[in-house]
Design a protein around this ligand. Structure first.
Ligand code: AMP
Ligand code: GLY
Length: 417
């Protein structure tokens, strides 16, 4: 099978790594990719938001499957363009990707499907905003309706900050605050059959102890020793299957990866948000634990034959990933700094620990930073404590001027306080 992966972050590196280890995959391409992905896939330049360009590239390469990593191409209809060229795509249509592209659409689908989520109002005028903020009280949760690359959500005790964010957006969703730990649960679906993956937890704040600004994600771990063993079954029944069924009923079936961002509240599990693609950095730890070769699972989802897929097989091992971000991330990250220590990790820590690249590029013989999140250092171990130790041992070998990382990824879950 020839596979083309679209994107160039650590999530796509994790996908490419798994696909490169799959004996069914005879050729692996990634566009545009990054310096790390180049070690496991052949890179091609492409404008990932241009459906015609991606379809032409997939056709030229004779791809049997295209896997779209990020949300923006999906919302822009890249999946539709490739499917129209007759090539199977892992990733939803633009219409179904509205589940991530519009918070108001997601709320409407959840209401119709009876999926538990925060109560909310969709507001377009200052009067509606004030009424909604009053109705829920602090802490205020104000979400830009559209895609905002993680920057659209403000959670604050400060009513003026909440109001200011709401007024800066054309359309906002204002909702009830959900208290409780967050869980990311991914499911692969062909629009009918739904196959859940293992749950993971992401660390969204920049600094230790969940302080500092929201980021794209500073680390993740799986499994979740503290979670109810019935969580996956419960979310399948209450959230994932009803959502997939509702989208099919509407004539916009969702195929690809359905990501449920959940809050485990005192009153039960609630959906915080849906995403229409694999999460980053959770994918790095979920795929580290998956033993089943990935390509046929993704192809069966793309082809509507997921029911034929045997049950997924998981390692008992735990996985931890620690994100190394550039100086000044998430505000105005500095790029172009050389990264050293990659060869040492490969020599000393593999195969249990390895470095997935996010924002990197090659400059001559050097690998330099090229984005906010630069590397996702991933490790497996017999439990979270061991996986975390191996990940941080590898992190300590990496040198990137001014870089930052959290030191508490998975610490609490590993019983370390
Ligand atoms: P979202 O983009 O919807 O995932 O929101 C980003 C982050 O904001 C989430 O991961 C939560 O940490 C927080 N958040 C979003 N909605 C709520 C809510 N209703 N209650 C509490 N926190 C929330
Ligand atoms: N880890 C959060 C996300 O992928 O949206």
């Amino acid at each position: 099978m020839k596979v083309l992966v679209i994107g160039g972050g650590a999530r796509e590196h994790a996908l490419c790594r798994s696909l490169s280890l799959d004996p069914d995959v005879s050729a692996l391409y990634c566009a545009p990719g990054n310096a790390g992905i180049a070690e496991v896939a052949e890179l091609r330049p492409v404008d990932a938001l241009d459906g015609a360009a991606v379809a032409a590239l997939a056709t030229e390469l004779g791809a049997d499957l295209v896997v779209v990593g990020p949300e923006a191409p999906l919302v822009a209809g890249v999946g539709d363009a490739v499917r129209a060229a007759g090539i199977p795509v892992f990733g939803p249509s633009a219409e179904a990707a509205q589940l991530e592209g519009s918070k108001a659409f997601a709320k409407d689908v959840m209401a119709a499907a009876g999926v538990p989520t925060a109560r909310s109002y969709v507001c377009t005028t200052p009067e509606e905003v004030d009424a909604a903020l009053d109705a829920f009280g602090a802490p205020y949760v104000v979400k830009d309706d559209g895609l905002a690359a993680g920057k659209g959500v403000v959670v604050t005790e400060d009513i003026e900050a909440a109001r200011a964010h709401a007024l800066a957006c054309d359309r906002v969703v204002i909702e009830e605050y959900l208290d409780g730990p967050e869980v990311s649960l991914f499911a692969i679906t062909d629009g009918v059959t739904v196959v859940p993956l293992q749950p993971a937890q992401d660390f969204k704040r920049a600094l230790d102890g969940d302080q500092g600004p929201n980021t794209g994600g500073m680390g993740a771990y799986s499994p979740l020793p503290w979670a109810d063993p019935k969580l996956v079954d419960e979310v399948m029944e209450l959230v994932l299957q009803p959502t997939v069924d509702e989208l099919r009923r509407r004539g916009t079936p969702f195929s690809g990866l359905l990501y449920a961002g959940l809050a485990i509240t005192g009153r039960g599990t609630r959906v915080i948000e849906f995403n229409a693609r694999f999460g980053d950095p959770e994918t790095q730890v979920v795929l580290a634990r998956l033993l089943t070769p990935l390509a046929s699972v993704l192809l069966n989802a793309a082809n509507g034959t997921l029911a034929d897929e045997p049950p997924l097989v998981w390692r008992d091992d735990a996985a931890v990933t620690v994100v190394i971000a550039s100086h000044n991330y998430p505000d105005t990250p500095r790029t172009g700094d050389p990264i050293e220590g990659l060869a040492e990790v490969a020599a000393e820590d593999a195969p249990d620990a390895y470095v997935l690249h996010a924002g990197t590029r090659r400059e001559g013989d050097a690998v330099v930073s090229a984005g906010g999140r630069v590397l996702s250092v991933t490790a497996t171990g017999s439990d979270l404590a061991q996986a975390r130790e191996k990940a941080y041992t590898a992190v300590a070998r990496i040198r990137l001027d001014g870089s930052q990382h959290r030191t508490d990824i998975a610490a609490k879950a590993a019983g370390l306080g």
